[in-house]
Design a protein around this ligand. Sequence first.
Ligand SMILES: NC(=O)c1ccc[n+]([C@@H]2O[C@H](COP(=O)([O-])OP(=O)(O)OC[C@H]3O[C@@H](n4cnc5c(N)ncnc54)[C@H](OP(=O)(O)O)[C@@H]3O)[C@@H](O)[C@H]2O)c1
Length: 257
Amino acid sequence: MTTALITGATAGIGAAFARRLARDGHDLVLVARDGKRLREQATELHDRHGVEVDVLVADLSTEDGIAAVESRLAEPRKPVDLLVNNAGFANKGRYLDVSMADELKMLKVHIEAVLRLTSAATEGMRERGRGGVVNVASVAAFVPRGTYGASKAWIAQFTQGAARDLAGSGVRLMALCPGFVRTEFHQRAGMGTDNIPGWLWLDADKLVTAALADLARGKTLSIPDPRYKALMGVVKLAPRGLLGGVTSRTGRKYGPK
Ligand SMILES: NC(=O)c1ccc[n+]([C@@H]2O[C@H](COP(=O)([O-])OP(=O)(O)OC[C@H]3O[C@@H](n4cnc5c(N)ncnc54)[C@H](OP(=O)(O)O)[C@@H]3O)[C@@H](O)[C@H]2O)c1
């Protein structure tokens, strides 16, 4: 029996990872801030799939929250075989509309927490000679898109670099770069989604299936959908100025909040 720890497991992509990994027979540690929601989810997954599901309430924008999850990942008697660093959010507004406190909170969750939790998990994995880490970035990593895109670019670069450094150790690391996924993400950020064409939306469960297949294949970067693979091919060739004009608008229409 293996154990997976998933951050941001109460909703969206993280909840889809939890459903899929429980169905596959993995014990789980679910991390997020909303304890009530986590406990309901743990009971449901345990009852449905017979796996052990622990709950760890932690706010990854705080020192205490990150340290609590680091401790769990470093616990040698209860090894974690798969870490999914998925917790994340968007801020409402473009650069200078967002308060410095909110910008720094994003860097704490998207960068500091991902660095520290990946390191806490992979030390033990390297000693055991096996394990995996999925760090959820975004296709926003490949385009100019404020602090959000920059933090996701860090995740993509860091993960691929660490994967290379740990090659041959039995530890796999993969950055997952989804496009638009139907979750609570946009609503939480107060973003309207009317200007995002229907064909660009991905389903969280299908995304997770494709991501886990890519991890099993040993990929270090996963863009798990042919539509987005093609789009990112175009992005590589597009002039940066034109790209910035399009990407700073797309999906950033803010609804009333
Ligand atoms: N949806 C998209 O279109 C999309 C596209 C590309 C990448 N992504 C990335 O995918 C990841 C998951 O997003 P999602 O779309 O599934 O969003 P979501 O439905 O809003 O879920 C976000 C999850 O993160 C948790 N979370 C947020 N802030 C946290 C904090 N400070 N500490 C601990 N947990 C926290 C939330 O739980 P609590 O509120 O209970 O803490 C929730 O479980 C994010 O990293 C996001 O950047 C999303």
